[in-house]
Design a protein around this ligand. Sequence first.
Ligand code: IVH
Length: 668
Amino acid sequence: MKKEKRIEELKELIKKYSDYYYNQNESLISDVEFDKLLKELEELEGKNPQFKMFDSPTVNVGASVKNTKFTKVTHKEKMLSLSNSYNIGEIEDFINRVDKLLENNKKPTYVLEVKLDGLSISITYKNGKLVQGVTRGDGIIGEDVTENIMEISSIPKTLKEKIDIEVRGEIVLPISEFIKINEKKLAQGEEIFANPRNAASGTLRQLDSKIVKERGLDCYFYFVVNGEQYGIKTHREAFDFLEKLGLKTTKIAEVLSSVKEIDERIEYWKDAREKLDYETDGMVLKVNEIEYWDILGNTTKSPRWAIAYKFPAKQVSTKLLDITWQVGRTGKITPVAELEEVEVSGSRVKRASLHNFDEIERKDIRIGDKVFIEKAAEIIPQVVKSIKELRDGSEKIISAPTNCPVCGSLLEKEEGLVDLKCSNHSCPAKVQGKFEYFVSRDGMNIVGLGQKIVERFIDLGYLNDITDIYKLYTHKEEMEKLEKMGKKSVENLLNSIEESKTRDYSKVLYSLGIPEVGKFMGNLLAKESKNIDNLMKMTKEELLNINGVGDKVADSIINFFKNEKNIEIINKLREYGLNFSLGNQSKVEKNVFEGKTFLVTGKLVKFTRNGIKEEIEKFGGKNLSAVSKNLDYLIVGENAGSKLAKATELGTVKIITEEEFFEIVNNK
Ligand code: IVH
């Protein structure tokens, strides 16, 4: 009984998700989650066939066409779907299955092509003239969208040959068009499309074909129905045949024969697909020899001669458990979404950014909601939207905080700006944030002053403002006695602080934490101003004359220098020997290591690998990737292994530590 109930539940869920996906252009869950539900249902039905009914989504592809405004058309040849795989092991299983089903002397080759993320279409030409275009629907019955596809310029109305033929492909919205449409929608205050697929599907279902014309849809073909009737012997030939008729293909159809090759090409396309102007959600692998297709046959839903390899989803859904309010170094309050852990683009994610409170309101995001998250530019996860259709009424509306979550001060919102801010100068979160920013890799790059240590040093009174970092040596003995510190780490820390005095003026500018002045702006301002005194004297007009500086940046710089406390900090840092002009850099950038070659091995203390490589290049050296007789210096860190052994054996390589490297730099 329990199993029967679960089967019903799964059927209902799957139908609901399919209906949204196919009929309402909306994804309520990710493909991986959808496949999981389908697999669970397949397994349950497999073990309990008495509960498997003809209406099960495991029997039918897609979603049945409901309340359509278009004429329903029964496909002459069923439009099949593809089974999905998510790793190379599953591809290997597929190939083994194919080999087993074919007799021993039949050795297939394979075609690897991109899986376009759009909507499939079947188009019939009679005597070379386009007569009908039908969407897939549930694979058996689709919608007649002939009038609309007539407006897609890449679908020819007349073929180059006067033949009767049915061809299939994918209608997509080019990414460049998608961006344009959304920009226009934003400007007109309309709701934007979530992704190009939704936009393409929404567009194709327009009753007004004029809108289709405006939207710039595109179509790529990948299938000739009953291809063998036209003398086509392989799938690769089908691509050429389509092109010969004037039908556009992606031109990506690689003939491969081994799992190793297939694996390599899939890996290649994982990155290379970013350069294409259409979205792809995976690759498709098909048996190349069409004569084998009949032998292999189909399941009710998909051919046994093809399989899709799905790339990790860029957008996945999960539950929003809570919101925490974070206070940044400028006092800006950022809502952070606490999520039920999920995998996005290959990494586990349980927190995502929501930028500001206005965004929560605009997107109507509530605690308890199912939300879609994605990695923007593949780095920081963002909450894209909430899935309102899945609410059950228990979700809680989020209200804006009135007080700083760290120091309790009343929050402020500047006129016309969206950010909530804590304006208490001594708010511990702000103070802490300023230290973190100052010592960060893009800033002064001081190693050994992590969040916990800074917190401890603030508590102990060693640190009040950033200038105190350069007085830390006065607490040397006390620091050595602290738990988990010890002599060695104090020495490393003090060396790193000392060494940070060689940072360029641009890095120092960045580290000051002037709002709106990040890495790029730090570089630009350093170059344009040459020294801090010039920068401090600049008027707003002069700042605006710098190409790249806008109103916001100019105002922020002027405000920063108006504050006495900031001037005091700059003067102190100057006394401690930090670079406040471009001129000082020539001293550091002398070609100490001109023509010398370097290799780094083992774990470094002060530097990251890339950090030290940059330093080497800055001083005229060259980085090598292996030990050879051409190598001059090997810089060794902790646990150096085979490279150290090889260099010692050669006897010609100078082996030095990180500290020795800087001694050489400073003494030359
Ligand atoms: S072949 C019988 N090739 O993916 C062959 N489909 O998940 C079935 N798709 O319904 C289709 N790119 O809409 C094929 N290169 C490609 C494809 C492709 C995208 C779509 C198509 C299909 C769906 C299955």
